[in-house]
Ligand binder design. Structure first.
Ligand code: PRP
Ligand code: MN
Ligand code: MG
Length: 185
């Protein structure tokens, strides 16, 4: 698997340090709240959320949503299908949405409005990576790990054709590993 990687963009160590920093900040900001629900967006956010919540020193609830855009070609339409909804009640709770990456912003923009309609006490967004150059809709990020340039990244939850999520760092694939149709070069 490592032989498919051209370059490591963010190391395991850099991720670890960032998790501690984000966890401490979130702990400070939510210390007076006793009804915090941390929501992970499957599947990309799984590694990030699992590591991040260990640095949140509060008795938060944990839940997951799975979403899919309606076919690759209509991703830009912003229509998102809910594959798995939350198990937990949202009303009156402080919701912290956790994502691995914000690209166009369409997934989060949809999730945000959907959760907002369920009358939470507040909603904030935490993302490990942000690619602002690709944004199609405005998203206000409350907790950010790293801003990255417009490169196709894998690892630490992020996939290429569902693979490479298990890499412990964020990296870039060698061009020969990427199918010609997916290759920007
Ligand atoms: C990726 C990523 C974000 C979303 C960001 O998920 O994990 O959830 O796309 O893109 P956007 O800002 O343009 O909406 P994907 O749909 O690939 O599903 P996955 O998490 O299961 O890989
Ligand atoms: Mn995702
Ligand atoms: Mg994906």
């Amino acid at each position: 698997m490592l032989e498919d990687i051209k370059e490591i963009l963010i190391t395991e160590e850099e991720i670890k340090n960032k998790l501690r920093e984000l966890g401490e900040k979130i702990t400070r900001d939510y210390k007076d709240k006793d009804n915090v629900l941390v929501v992970g967006v499957l599947k990309g956010a799984v590694l990030f959320i699992a590591d991040l919540i260990r640095h949140i020193q509060l008795p938060v609830q944990l839940d997951f949503m799975a979403v899919s855009s309606y076919g690759a070609s209509t991703k830009s339409s912003g229509v998102v299908r809910i594959l798995k909804d939350l198990d937990e009640e949202v009303e009156g709770k402080h919701i912290l949405i956790v994502e691995d990456i914000i690209d166009s912003g369409l997934t989060l923009s949809y999730l945000y409005s959907m959760l907002k309609s369920r009358k939470p006490a507040s909603i904030k967004i935490c993302t490990l990576l942000d690619k602002p150059s690709r944004r199609k809709v405005d998203i206000e990020v409350d907790y950010l790990g790293f801003e990255i340039p417009d490169l196709f990244v894998v690892g630490y939850g992020l996939d290429y054709n569902e693979k490479y999520r298990n890499l412990p760092f964020i990296g870039i694939l060698k061009p020969e590993v990427v199918k010609p149709a997916d290759n920007p070069d």
